[in-house]
Ligand binder design. Structure first.
Ligand SMILES: Nc1ncnc2c1ncn2[C@@H]1O[C@H](COP(=O)(O)OP(=O)(O)OP(=O)(O)O)[C@@H](O)[C@H]1O
Ligand SMILES: [Mg+2]
Length: 338
């Protein structure tokens, strides 16, 4: 395999929680812990997880908006925190969930798209040609150049935000729930556009969503987050057809399907009960043990190592054994060091 475009190694982020008039530190939120994954060029990688699982924090660290507290992010082999890495940051752009707030209401669409071009000191005529080309790429009419955000629908605004991200000629686009503010029919159109752009421009994507079904036709691999930890990573085929971690299995079991045949193939898992614990007070051991139908004593004590289930498929669960995606009986599990 070629050298990865992006390597995320042991990434962590802890936020200090401040309170009171003096803003003294009252505690900490472990938003992301020990997250590692890598992406090859042209690949689309999906990051899935419930609200608060750390998806946006990971996205913001990759694009340099939030400084990691642990670990490293390598882009084309250089650490993004090094001078060489800082120089390559323009090649990583982000598209946010809410296109309304990411476009300046006082700027025309053309002016917004031109911002990254002006920063590069290109001539007026050159910028105008680029803006026209970018509007065409995201399939917006040429006269949208002179329109303002309030005149556009949500989907059109998101297309404009994508055009602006593309103006910087990125190699990697980090898409943080880019369609979750949009109607379902518009969501599908935006995903289609992203797939097309990915092919024609050779883009690499990190696609973030709480909605697994949305990723299925878009990404090639999926990482599942639970309370800031990657608990399973695998190809789309493995995650959807042979999910291994009890949490992933529950997520897949709740994905709506259209045919009885598909329904029959889904894992039979109980609906998850209980609330997601607070990242300000993470449960000991495997953070999922408080909601896991299979949890036993070891789970409340020790965070499981990653178990390799197949080529490019791993999960963190004490009930998993290498090479198999079936959960073992607790009697077959020996505590580490036992
Ligand atoms: N600047 C911050 N200061 C303190 N805590 C923060 C900060 N940013 C995020 N958090 C906390 O970190 C955790 C992860 O937040 P994050 O926004 O990354 O989750 P998410 O998966 O993107 O959620 P959502 O699906 O709601 O967008 C949450 O508990 C959140 O409250
Ligand atoms: Mg988020």
């Amino acid at each position: 395999m070629s050298e990865p475009l992006l390597e995320v190694i042991g990434l962590g982020k802890t936020f200090a929680v401040r309170g009171g008039l003096l803003g003294t530190v009252r505690g900490e939120v472990k938003a992301v812990g020990d997250v590692s994954f890598s992406l090859s060029k042209g690949e689309a990688f999906g990051l899935a997880g419930e609200s608060g699982s750390g998806k946006s924090t990971i996205a913001r660290m990759i694009v340099g908006l939030t400084a990691p507290s642990a670990g490293a992010i390598l882009f084309e082999g250089s650490d993004l925190a090094s001078p060489q890495g800082v120089a390559s940051r323009r090649a990583i752009q982000m598209v946010f969930q809410n296109p309304g707030s990411s476009l300046n209401p006082r700027r025309s669409i053309g002016q917004s798209i031109a911002v990254p071009l002006e920063a590069r000191k290109l001539g007026r005529a050159h910028i105008e040609r680029r803006v026209a080309r970018l509007l065409d790429l995201v399939q917006l009419p040429a006269d949208f150049r002179v329109r303002y955000p309030y005149e556009l629908s949500g989907g059109q605004k998101q297309r404009a935000a994508i055009a602006r991200a593309l103006a910087a000629e990125p190699k990697l686009l980090v898409l943080d729930e880019p369609t979750s503010a949009l109607d379902v029919s518009v969501q599908a159109k935006i995903i289609e556009l992203l797939i097309e752009l990915g092919r024609s421009l050779g883009l690499t994507y990190v696609f973030i969503s709480h909605d697994l079904s949305l990723m299925r036709n878009f990404v090639s691999r999926v990482g599942v987050l639970y309370l800031g930890r990657l608990i399973e990573v695998g190809s789309v085929a493995r995650i959807f057809d042979a999910p291994a971690h009890p949490y992933t299995r529950s997520l897949i079991a709740s994905v709506p399907v259209i045919s009885d045949a598909e329904q029959a193939m889904k894992p039979k898992e109980p609906i998850l009960e209980g609330e997601v614990p607070s990242p300000a007070n993470l449960p000991k051991g495997c953070a999922f043990h408080t909601r896991c139908p299979y949890a036993f004593a070891l789970c409340a004590e020790i965070f499981p190592d990653a178990v390799a289930l197949d080529v490019d498929h791993f999960a963190r669960c004490h009930l998993l054994a290498p090479g198999e995606s079936r959960l073992r009986d607790t009697a077959a599990v020996r505590a580490p060091g036992a």
